[in-house]
Design a protein around this ligand. Structure first.
Ligand code: XMP
Length: 517
């Protein structure tokens, strides 16, 4: 099921293989216009049938002259749809409408300065300074715009950086307005959406709540829906929506694996026990998980065992709760895009995501499948969930099983969790918790010598890992101030028995991963 009805204004991004295509969608939604990605091969008639208010042609790695280069039916430009081409999309628009595109002798990549030539007070660059900086990344460029187009901006080395035909509402920009290195990008996108395309901006997280609740109610009917809660923001939002939609016929189950952060199970139970009342079920299974992990040292094996144990516990507990027809999942839009699923695939039945067995025969409900993570956080706040949950940093499903290297024993688990709690406290106290994307303590499986009072101790080293990242695929280590690191180290060795030293991990990803296993 999907929660966004057709009454919202829609912007469509046609994807030509751009690295940043999801970013374009997010940046449009940040302007309060609902936006979806479609393949560039979507027939124009189908695109028109969606009745979009605006169309954006993304960038892409191809050259318009390359063999098999992706293209669109030129009828698109005569359909009366306000259209903005970005980078490759800009070159393609120029090429298909009779302009000239030439191969660059070199790839231009990086920051560039523009000179704005547009003289309108109601155009693409309204409110933008006359010589702004922007981010360029291209080989080819447009040397002559098509008939009817005006030059709106040039780069300092003379390349046509923006063109427009205001009468036909067609625009192209060579640079990337969607990336943060183009500081006026949001203004330009807003001008395109509101001035050129006439959008009014009707996309807000609070509306999403009502619409999602209505959609769940309709899908579930008189049935019962099961929500697995991990304590993370996605499953918390799904559970809250389901409960609002069908009351006690939504049952939310939280399994305490014993592998979560210090105090987290208690926080989840207190928050959701109160919010969800009797339909919240907490299952304590930490001893069971520790038993299953005993003697295991291989990281992949540990991950697998945690996953399998989770499923078995979940199944056993579900049986006690009677019959369900639906299961809720916190699938997000990036997962939908990556799995090649269109936003139109609404209900997938007998689906076994996250390893749930096929024979559970539950129909999958995915209320968040059209949202990005930052939108889910906004929805969480609109639902009244605490900030600690709305902004909870990512936490791996296997939890501390992959932060305690080697065998997971109760002693090592306890040391890692206590050290981690100190890392969190100090980073939050320093006001760095929104700046640093993920921060944690890991416990390597070695011992080192230290001196405590007059005694030599043979304790564990604790590794502090803190990274800054947008996508968690690549990451840089966070430049945490030395005095914050010093406080973390002092507190850990003083407050956590069994620790002899504290190390700070200064490795980027790649080559290192964020987690230690
Ligand atoms: P790595 O360690 O691969 O982590 O750089 C990237 C992001 O994914 C999280 N992570 C996991 N999440 N199950 C999960 O649900 C896992 O097995 C797992 N391993 C890593 C990690 O915390 C980081 O945010």
């Amino acid at each position: 099921m999907t929660a966004v009805p057709s009454r919202h204004e829609l912007a469509v991004v046609l994807d030509f293989g751009a690295q940043y295509v999801q970013l374009i969608v997010r940046k449009v939604r940040e302007q309060n216009v609902y936006c979806e990605i479609r393949p560039c091969t979507l027939p124009v008639a189908e695109l028109v049938a969606l009745r979009p208010k605006a169309v954006i042609l993304s960038g892409g790695p191809a050259s318009v002259y390359g063999e098999g280069a992706p293209s669109v039916d030129p009828a698109l430009f005569h359909a009366g749809l306000p259209t903005l081409g970005i980078c490759y999309g800009h070159q393609l628009m120029a090429h298909l409408l009779g302009g000239t595109v030439e191969p660059g002798r070199t790839r231009e990549f990086g920051l560039a300065r523009l000179r704005v030539e547009e003289d309108s007070t109601d155009g693409l660059f309204t409110g933008v300074e006359r010589e702004p900086t922007c981010w360029m990344s291209h080989g080819d460029h447009v040397t002559a715009p098509p008939t009817g187009f005006r030059r709106l901006a040039v780069s300092s080395d003379g390349i046509l950086a923006a063109m427009g035909d205001p009468e036909r509402h067609l625009y192209g920009v060579q640079f990337h307005p969607e990336v943060t290195h183009t500081p006026f990008g949001p203004t330009l996108l807003r001008n395109f959406l509101y001035r050129a395309a006439g959008c009014r901006g009707d996309w807000r997280s609070a509306d999403f709540v009502e619409e999602a609740v209505a959609a769940i109610r309709e899908t579930v009917g008189d049935g019962r829906i099961l929500c697995a809660m991990s304590g993370g923001v996605d499953s918390a939002v799904v559970a809250t929506l389901a409960r609002r939609a069908v009351g006690d016929r939504a049952v939310c189950m939280f399994i305490d694996t014993g592998l979560m952060r210090l105090g987290e199970p208690e926080q989840v139970k207190a928050t959701f026990g109160q919010l969800l009342g009797d339909s919240f079920v907490a299952v304590k299974a930490s001893d069971h998980f520790l038993g299953k992990l005993a003697g295991l040292t291989d990281p992949e094996r540990k991950r697998k065992v945690v996953g399998e144990t989770f499923i078995r516990v979940f199944e056993a507990e579900c049986e006690k709760l009677g019959e369900f027809q639906f299961i809720a999942h916190g699938t997000l839009y990036p997962d939908v895009i990556e799995s090649g699923g269109g936003a139109t695939a609404r209900i997938k039945s007998h689906h076994n995501v996250e390893g749930l067995p096929d024979d559970m025969r539950l129909i999958n409900v995915e209320p968040l499948r059209l949202l990005f993570k930052d939108e889910v956080r906004q929805v969480a706040l609109a639902l009244g969930l605490p900030e600690a949950i709305a902004y909870r940093q990512p936490f791996p499903g296997p939890g501390f099983a992959v932060r305690v290297n080697g065998e997971v024993t109760p002693e090592k688990l306890d040391i890692a969790k206590r050290a981690d709690a100190i890392v969190r406290e100090e980073i939050e106290a320093a006001g760095l918790d929104r700046e640093v994307s993920q921060y944690l303590a890991a416990l390597p499986d070695v011992r080192t010598v230290g001196v405590l009072g007059d005694d030599r101790v043979h304790g564990y080293p604790v590794v502090v890992r803190a990274v800054v990242t947008h996508d968690f695929m690549t990451a840089d280590w966070a430049r945490i101030p030395h005095d914050t690191l010093a406080r973390i180290a002092t507190r850990i060795v003083n407050e956590v028995r069994g620790v002899s030293r504290v190390l700070y991990d200064v490795t980027t990803k790649p080559p290192a991963t964020i987690e230690w296993e």
